[in-house]
Design a protein around this ligand. Structure first.
Ligand SMILES: Cc1ncc(COP(=O)(O)O)c(C=O)c1O
Length: 354
C-alpha cells in the first residue's frame, strides 16, 4: 500500500530502536532541564521504590496511595513490595482535576500523583505536613508540571521518552539531595540493560532493511519481552553503574519535547472530530496523541484499523477499572516527522466503525 511515512516499520513494538545521541537528528536539540542532585536508576519503578524506602527510614508509613487509574504493571510491582497500598479516584481526561486529598489522606501517608499524558497540573488539595507527595512524570518528562513541581519528590521513567536502554530518575524539586541508601550492583539489571540494548540494535537494523525480516522481528520482540519480564519479577533495588549513567546522561542532553511539539501541532491541525473518541488536548504537548474511548469494542476496532495501516498505538493502560474508559496513545516522538503526521491524520480521519 503506497503511503508517505518514511518507514512503515517505525513504532513497531513501542520501545525505541537504537539511535546514537550524537546523531544528526538528535544532537542539535538541547535540553536545559537537569534537576539538581537527581539520582538515576535503571527504571521508573526503582526510582519510586527508592523514594518510598527513604521515607520509610524516617517514619512508619501509614497508607501508600496510588491513582485508581494507573499503569497496572507498576501497581502490581509495587503491591509485591508494599502491603499498605490503597487507591484513590482520578480523572485522567482532565488536566485541571484536583485530587481531594483531605477526604482520604491521614497522618504519615504517601501519595503518588501521576502526571497523566504530560498535561496534568498534578493538583492535590490537602493540609497535612506528615503526608509525603511523590509526583510521577514518566509521561510528562520536560512538561510544565515536571519543570515546576513543588512536590516533596519527583520520579520519572525516562525510558518512555529517552532512547537509552533503561533509565529512571528521582529528584527533589527544590534541588535538595536525596539521602543515600547504599545499593549493591545488580547482575540481573546489568543483563537486562544489555538485552534491551541488543533488542534496540536489532530493531534499528530491522527498520532500515528493505522488506519485512520476520526472524529479526521475532528476535527483538522476544529479547524485549524477556527483559520486561525480568524487570517485572525482580524487586531488589540495584546500583546503577557509572558507565550506564554516562550513557543515560548523553541521552538526557536532548530536548525530546522539541520534536513532539511540531508533530503534535501539525497532527492536531489536520484531525477532524470524531463521534467515536475524544482528543485529549491542552495548550501543552501531550506525551503522544492520546485518544479517549468510552467503548472497548470501538477502541479495539480503531486500534486494529491503525495497525492495518502500520501505525502501532498502545493502550495506556490495560487492566484498569472499566468505568475509566480507554486511552489510546499514538507515538509522535522524534522518530516521526510532519509527513508521518499527515499520513497518520488521514488514517485516523478515515476510521468508520462497521
Ligand atoms: C506512569 C508510569 N510510571 C512509572 C512507570 C514505571 O516505569 P518503568 O517501566 O521504567 O519501571 C510506568 C511504566 O512502566 C508508567 O507508565
Amino acid at each position: 500500500m503506497p503511503h508517505d511515512t518514511t518507514s512503515p516499520k517505525k513504532g513497531f513494538g513501542s520501545f525505541f530502536s537504537y539511535i546514537d545521541p550524537k546523531s544528526e537528528l538528535l544532537a542539535d536539540s538541547k535540553n536545559q532541564f537537569n534537576p539538581l542532585n537527581n539520582t538515576l536508576f535503571y527504571n521508573g519503578r526503582h526510582a519510586i521504590k527508592y523514594i518510598v524506602e527513604l521515607i520509610q527510614k524516617e517514619k512508619n508509613i501509614n497508607t501508600f496511595w496510588l491513582p485508581e487509574y494507573y499503569c497496572q504493571h507498576v501497581t502490581h510491582w509495587l503491591k509485591q513490595n508494599y502491603s499498605n497500598i490503597k487507591t484513590y479516584p482520578v480523572d485522567p481526561k482532565n488536566p485541571d482535576y484536583c485530587i481531594e486529598g483531605n477526604l482520604f489522606l491521614e497522618n504519615n501517608d504517601i501519595i503518588l500523583v501521576n502526571n497523566f499524558w504530560g498535561i496534568s497540573k498534578c493538583n492535590l488539595d490537602y493540609q497535612n505536613d506528615t503526608v509525603s507527595v511523590i509526583e510521577d512524570h514518566s509521561h510528562g518528562w520536560l512538561s510544565e508540571s515536571c519543570l515546576n513541581s513543588s512536590a516533596d519528590f519527583c520520579v520519572a521513567s525516562l525510558r518512555k521518552s529517552v532512547p537509552a536502554p533503561l533509565g529512571g530518575m528521582a529528584w527533589i524539586p527544590n534541588g535538595a539531595s536525596l539521602k543515600t541508601i547504599p545499593l549493591e550492583p545488580s547482575p540481573v539489571f546489568e543483563s537486562v540493560w544489555n538485552t534491551v540494548l541488543l533488542a534496540m540494535q536489532k530493531k534499528a537494523i530491522f527498520e532500515t532493511q528493505k522488506g519485512i525480516n520476520d526472524s529479526l522481528k521475532t528476535e527483538f520482540l522476544s529479547l524485549i519481552n524477556d527483559a520486561e519480564l525480568k524487570m517485572h519479577e525482580n524487586y531488589e533495588l540495584g546500583a546503577f553503574p557509572e558507565q550506564h549513567k554516562e550513557t543515560l546522561k548523553q541521552y538526557l542532553k536532548i530536548d525530546y519535547g522539541d520534536f513532539k511539539q511540531g508533530n503534535y501541532q501539525h497532527l492536531v491541525s489536520l484531525l477532524k472530530g470524531s463521534e467515536h473518541f475524544d482528543l485529549i488536548s491542552s495548550t501543552e504537548t501531550t506525551f503522544g496523541l492520546t485518544l479517549y474511548f468510552d467503548n472497548l469494542d470501538t477502541m479495539n476496532a480503531f486500534k486494529n484499523h491503525l495497525i492495518s495501516q502500520q501505525i502501532y498505538p498502545s493502550l495506556l493502560w490495560p487492566g484498569n477499572p472499566k468505568t475509566y474508559g480507554y486511552y489510546l496513545n499514538i507515538h509522535i516522538d522524534y522518530r516521526y516527522n510532519k509527513s508521518d503526521m499527515t499520513y497518520m491524520s488521514r488514517i485516523i480521519n478515515k476510521f468508520k466503525q462497521v
